[in-house]
Design a protein around this ligand. Structure first.
Ligand SMILES: Nc1nc2c(ncn2[C@@H]2O[C@H](COP(=O)(O)OP(=O)(O)OP(=O)(O)O)[C@@H](O)[C@H]2O)c(=O)[nH]1
Ligand SMILES: [Mg+2]
Length: 302
């Protein structure tokens, strides 16, 4: 214990909450920081539905990063309303708040909602201009976001997708964190599984997320908002991992779209989810995926 304390003296520890409107690249940044897929991503808004934590550690210390769902305005649906509350829940405990803006897109009122939340926090603040790889010429909207800079301790431009300047962002964050001894509750986030995942999520939940990501990828825009994924069984059969689950949707017409002609769509979703899970786990996986209708699932969500 003594030895452990001496070893960790001078290191920095803290909680960093990543905020922004949908699609700015919060989850892409978390994955880039962790060098592995922790949080699912897609071009659709509010792909992230729950706060996702991952523990980053190196010789400088340990950071718990929290990826949050993008904040939206004027939400009508039940799922969106619940999802919109998530980010607010995590801000109170932050040592550093990172606000990400997508400089390849025009600023809109969603940014005001995000900055409103940032202002409530007493944490140190970093403004991140993301998608510098895409924001060229007329697509560069950086000037619209410049007025925000005075509210932040630091500003940096990055490409979360290409990992550009992500290391610079980590340095900025470590510099803003107080020098502390390791708090007792800061556990390492390594989960189960062969290739250890630095996420605080059980493997069942993780598999559900990967399947949901593939569904987002292959379904028409409206359908993803009607779905959730449920993994019922994970059976280790030594030679392979048997996973049984279902995509649950709210209407028969969506079920038809998810299954697709001759079952093509669901096969495509299942195939891609299986491939990625096999890569991550180094195991052979048999994925049995059903489609169910439950029009009330959004009411019981979370
Ligand atoms: N060109 C480019 N695309 C990016 C970058 N970062 C993220 N993207 C893309 O932007 C889209 C949204 O990324 P996400 O990481 O899912 O965004 P998010 O902020 O987590 O979105 P929500 O979870 O919906 O709030 C995806 O298609 C990403 O590939 C970047 O640095 N450059
Ligand atoms: Mg996300």
């Amino acid at each position: 214990m003594e030895k452990e304390n001496r070893k960790s003296a001078g290191k920095r520890y803290g909680r960093v909450v990543i905020l922004g409107r949908p699609n700015t690249g919060k989850s892409t940044l978390l994955n880039s920081l962790m060098n592995q897929k922790v949080s699912i991503t897609s071009p659709l808004p509010q792909t992230t539905r729950k706060n996702i934590e991952a523990v980053y550690s190196d010789s400088r210390g340990e950071i718990v990063f929290v990826d949050t769902p993008g904040l939206m305005v004027n939400i009508q649906d039940l799922v969106g309303k619940r999802v919109n509350l998530e980010a607010t829940k995590s801000v109170g405990k932050a040592d550093v708040v990172v606000m990400i803006v997508d400089i390849s897109r025009e600023k809109n009122e969603e940014e005001n909602k995000v900055i409103g939340l940032v202002r409530k926090s007493k944490a140190k603040k970093v403004l991140v201009y993301n998608k510098i790889d895409k924001a060229v010429g007329s697509k560069d909207h950086t000037a619209e976001y410049n007025y925000l800079e005075e509210e932040f301790d630091k500003t940096i431009g990055i490409s979360a997708l290409q990992g550009k300047h992500v290391a610079g962002l980590v340095k900025i964050i470590f510099d803003l964190l107080p020098k502390k001894r390791k708090p007792a509750e800061a556990k390492t986030g390594a989960g189960e599984g062969k290739k250890e995942l630095a996420i605080k999520m059980g493997s069942k939940e993780y598999i559900e997320e990967i399947i949901r990501e593939k569904a987002y990828l292959f379904l028409r825009e409206e359908v993803p908002y009607s779905i959730k994924v449920r993994v019922d069984k994970i059976v280790d059969k030594q030679k392979l991992l048997l996973v049984k689950g279902a995509i649950i949707t709210t209407a028969d017409r969506y079920k038809k779209m998810i299954i697709g002609k001759g079952g093509r769509k669901i096969k495509e979703i299942g195939y891609n989810a299986r491939k990625e899970l096999e890569l991550m786990s180094g195991r052979k996986i048999f994925l049995e995926l059903m489609v169910e209708v439950d029009k009330h699932w959004p009411e019981a969500m979370i």
